[in-house]
Write a protein that binds this ligand. Sequence first.
Ligand code: F6P
Length: 542
Amino acid sequence: MSFASRCDRSPVWSALQQRFDAVGRSFDLRRAFADEPQRFADWSFQAPELLADLSKNRIDAETLALLLQLARDCGLESQRDAMLAGEAINHTEGRAVLHTALRAPAGQGLFTEDVQASLSAMLSYAESVRDSARSGITDVVHIGIGGSDLGPAMVVRALQSFTQPGLKLHFVSNVDGHDLAPVLRDLKPATTLFVIASKTFTTQETLANALAARSWFLAAGGSDIARHFVATSSNTAAAAEFGITTTFGFWDWVGGRYSLWSVIGLPIAIAIGAENFRALLAGAHAMDQHFAQTPLEKNLPVLLGLLDLWYRNFHGFSSRSVAPYHQGLGRLPAYLQQLEMESNGKGVDREGQVLPYATSPVVWGEAGTNGQHAYFQMLHQGTDVIPVEFIAVKRTHHGPHIQGELQERLADQQRKLLANCLAQSQALMQGKSFDEALAESAPTASKALDAATVARHRSFSGNRPSTTLVLDQLTPRSLGALIALYEHRVFVSGALWGINSFDQWGVELGKALCGQLLPRLSSGDVTGLDSSTAGLLKHLLA
Ligand code: F6P
C-alpha cells in the first residue's frame, strides 16, 4: 500500500497553526455556549450504542473543517480501508491488523471460516466450563499480562452483573508473587482451571506464573494437568512443550492489545457465556461499520482522533484523563493506557524518521466519583489543562438480588452518580471568577486571611475541556462498541501522525536488560554496571 503524507506535510498543518494562534489559544467555552444556543445539538454525535457530547471542547466549526481536510490529506480513509482489507499495515513486523475480522458476522470479513471455527471451539469449551455440575470447576485463574490480561480483566469486571454466581474468575499478571500467592490461598486443584494466556508464549511473567501455578497444583494433590491447564496462544508448540494439551490458537494478525475478541477472550466467555460474548462482538462490529462507512464529519472515532491531535499538537496538552462514572469500568483507564500508549507512544514515523511533533498523550484515570476525592483538585485548579473524558451510563443493571427498598436506594445513588458526573464537566467548563468567589461566603476559610486572598484560592479558571460519552446501559453489546470506538480512535490519531500504531519495540530494551541483570541478582556481580544500578543492586542484596 502507499502511505499518504504525514500530518505536518499537509498544507493544512500551517493553516491549523494559524487557526490556533488566531482563535484556538484564546477559545473560551463559556463564550462559545453563550454565542451558540445550538452548541450541544451541533456537537453531539450518535454512534452505535452511545452518544458523544463534544460540545465542551475547545473547538469550532472552522477548526474542525481544517482537521477534516488534514485527515483527507493524510489519506485517512485509504489507510483505514487498507487495515480493514488486511494489508500488512504493521510494516515493521510484516503483519496485517485484523481484529475487526474477529467480530465480523459469520460469512463476512476476512478469514471468516477460521475465525468462526476458532470462536465456536472457544465458546463451546467456555460453556462446558460454566456448567460446573459437569466440569466441577468453581475457580478460573487466568494468567497473562498486557494485552493478554488487561482486556479480559477489564471486560469481566465491567460485565460482573452478567456473570453466573458460583464461578469465580481470578486474574494474575504480575511476575511479583504477591499477585499469585493470595489467589492460590483459597483454591483447590480439583475445582480450579488455569488458563495460560500468551500470544507468544515467551513472556517472562506469564511463564513464571504458569510454572508456579503448576507447582502449586501438583504439590496440593492435583493430578490431571491436561484437564486443569489450558492455553490461549498463537504459539501452540511452546504451549505443548510446557505440557499443555489443550491450546486455543490464534493468528499473528491479532495484535496483543487488540486480542480480547479472539480466544484471549476465553475468560470473558467463561464469565458471561457464549451468547453474551457474541453480543460483545456484535457491538464492536457495529462500531466497525460506523467507522468504515460514516462520512468523516459524523464519524465518531475520526472526530475523537482529530480532537486528540488538535489538543496534543496545537494546544500542547500532554495528558487526557478518563473518568468512567460506572464502577464496573474501573479497569478501563488501565486498559486504555496500553491501547493508546503502547500503540501511539512512538517517536519515529513509518520510515523511521524522527518526528518533529508530539504523539501519544499520557492516558490515566479512575472511576467516578472516587477520582473526585483524589486528583480532581488538580483538574480544576492545577497549572496543566487536562481534557477529561467522562463516561456516563444511563441505566443500572445490578442483578436480581437487588429488590425492594435497596433497589430504591441504589436508584437514588444512580441519580447522585449522574449528578456528580454532569457537575464535574460543568465545573471544569464554567469555573468560578475571582469576583464570584469574593461575593460568596467561605465559612471554613481561615479568619486570619483577608477576603481577597481567600477568593484567589477559591476561584477556578474554568474553560477546561471535556467530552462526555453516554451509554444507555453497560451491556456486552454497548461495551463492545465502546472498546471498538477507542481502538479506532487510536488508529485515527496514529494514522495522522504517520506512525505504526501496531508494533511495540519500546518494550524490548527493558526486557533485554532484565535478562542480563537477572543472573546478577543471584551472583551479586556488579562488574561493568553504572554506579546507580550497581549501588541499588548491592543494596537490594545486602
Ligand atoms: O508488553 C509487551 C507485550 O508484548 C504486549 O504488547 C503484549 O500484550 C504483552 O507483552 C503480552 O504478550 P504475550 O501475550 O505474548 O504474553
